[in-house]
Ligand binder design. Structure first.
Ligand SMILES: NC(=O)c1ccc[n+]([C@@H]2O[C@H](COP(=O)([O-])OP(=O)(O)OC[C@H]3O[C@@H](n4cnc5c(N)ncnc54)[C@H](OP(=O)(O)O)[C@@H]3O)[C@@H](O)[C@H]2O)c1
Length: 230
């Protein structure tokens, strides 16, 4: 299967939570980490988020630094990477950040749960919409589609359910994590990989690339390579 090279990036608490139990998109990254994520985003062809993150938080997913956007343009790239949403029922805010903040190409991968009327509204708002699945989006088919659209480097920015599915399907090449020095706890708070979980023998294996302390708030940055399963 042809697919983009795929990096997952998250910020989490020291106990592995991507958010607090409030699930309101709590800030976890330090200032230095935000700048790192911006540079990483600027190096990508596309950035992707899952449905709950998309619908509840409506992220912009654009490159924040003007200098980095200008660098992309100077290199013959679009100002921002392609924005990709994976959402079972694509009830997006038409005036929201994902659809309006750019310039950026916007792709929405959804299922038959999205009505033709919703699809038409998204297309009128400038998004390209792909129906790949009945109840949940077929992630392998999404990656093949992205490859066909010319995407070679993809960054997955969460949340925990979607990341779990990428790992389950063996579709992750790299993982970068910023670990903030605090504890969120809470059994219902999202973690780096939710979903049904892996038993020890099936657990995706990682090889450490780098681990650095960020001196602005005492957090730690970790870079892993995913060991490919045959
Ligand atoms: N700290 C960070 O770096 C970071 C980054 C991003 C998000 N977050 C946090 O993560 C939380 C959201 O994570 P989440 O796990 O609840 O949601 P999510 O991963 O953002 O989205 C999952 C949803 O996507 C839809 N989906 C469609 N096809 C799917 C598939 N094949 N596999 C998995 N999901 C599929 C499902 O919607 P249906 O259930 O409707 O089918 C599913 O509930 C928020 O609190 C957000 O703030 C943190």
């Amino acid at each position: 299967m042809n697919r983009p090279y795929t990096l997952v990036n998250v910020a989490m608490s020291a106990d592995g939570k991507l958010d607090s139990v409030a699930r309101k998109g709590t800030t976890i990254s330090s200032t230095l980490d935000k700048a790192r994520v911006d540079r990483l985003r600027a190096s990508m062809d596309a950035v992707l988020v899952g449905g709950r993150t998309l619908l509840d938080e409506d992220p912009k997913l654009t490159v924040k630094s003007k200098a980095l956007r200008e660098e992309r343009l100077a290199n013959g790239l679009e100002e921002n990477p392609v924005k990709v949403g994976i959402v079972s029922q694509a009830d997006l805010k038409l005036a929201g950040n994902f659809l309006t903040v750019g310039p950026a190409r916007r792709l929405v991968y959804t299922t038959q749960r999205t009505t033709p009327d919703q699809i038409a509204r998204l297309e009128n708002a400038g998004a390209q919409v792909f129906v790949l699945g009945e109840e949940q989006v077929d992630i392998s088919a999404v990656l093949e589609s992205l490859y066909d659209l010319g995407i070679r480097k993809l960054m997955v920015e969460g949340g925990g359910s979607l990341i779990a599915e990428f790992f389950r399907l063996n579709l992750v090449d790299e993982l970068t994590i910023y670990i903030a020095p605090f504890i969120f706890g809470g059994g219902s708070a999202p973690t780096l990989a939710d979903g049904p979980g892996f038993l020890r023998e099936q657990a995706p294996r990682l090889r450490l690339g780098a681990a650095d302390e960020f001196d602005d708030d005492g957090g730690v940055f970790i870079h892993y390579m995913v060991i490919r399963k045959e």
